[in-house]
Design a protein around this ligand. Sequence first.
Ligand SMILES: Cc1cc2nc3c(=O)[nH]c(=O)nc-3n(C[C@H](O)[C@H](O)[C@H](O)COP(=O)(O)O)c2cc1C
Length: 207
Amino acid sequence: MRILIVYTTRYGTTEKAVKLAKKLFEREGHVVEVKNVKENPSPVSYDLVILSAPVYRDGPHWELMDWIEGHREELEEVPKAFFLVAMHLAGSVFMGKLHGGIAYAQPLIEAFEVPPFYGTLIGGEIDVNKLSDEDRRKMKRFYLALGEKLKDKSLYREEDVEAFVRRTLLYYDWFGKHFRRGELEKVKDFDFMEKVREMEEKLDAEG
Ligand SMILES: Cc1cc2nc3c(=O)[nH]c(=O)nc-3n(C[C@H](O)[C@H](O)[C@H](O)COP(=O)(O)O)c2cc1C
């Protein structure tokens, strides 16, 4: 199928993940185009659109959100999956509210009538010396809020990108391909665990 990966990046980690994802999708026989949101690509005529961005200031980077806003109608017609790159991966409950972790993805779900069929977080990186003065100040505050000190960190793992690609293709096949305007009815009774059991039986039969 034809896949469009749309991304934005500030310090390059998301771009690194996107390049690996492209290679892995291609290895499975798909045709992949990678576009920075700055090129303002059109999502029309693809079978799958991957949205990817780092988390900045508690949400998906605004450049991706702006691109989505500009192409919302076309994006309702095409199945979407996403990954966000972040440091606060596990998330927490803070003063009784969900904070960080997959809760960072809420704006990506709320932006659409037909939401992405799959999405996840992958680990990001901090190279203190590379940060602009302003970003260093913000990150220092971010870590102070977590009771930690700002220092170089890498949570990026290629395995996480591999898992994202594998699951995106699996779920696309199971139900994701119908996550487009006018087709959601087809999967409204989809039973995820039944599908897993079906696979289990197939594997058992193969010995
Ligand atoms: C100014 C700034 C704000 C950030 N805010 C968050 C945040 O709210 N939550 C989080 O988990 N990570 C946050 N990060 C960490 C980035 O998501 C991480 O460094 C990521 O690897 C950046 O990706 P990029 O290299 O593609 O820009 C922030 C980083 C910077 C520089």
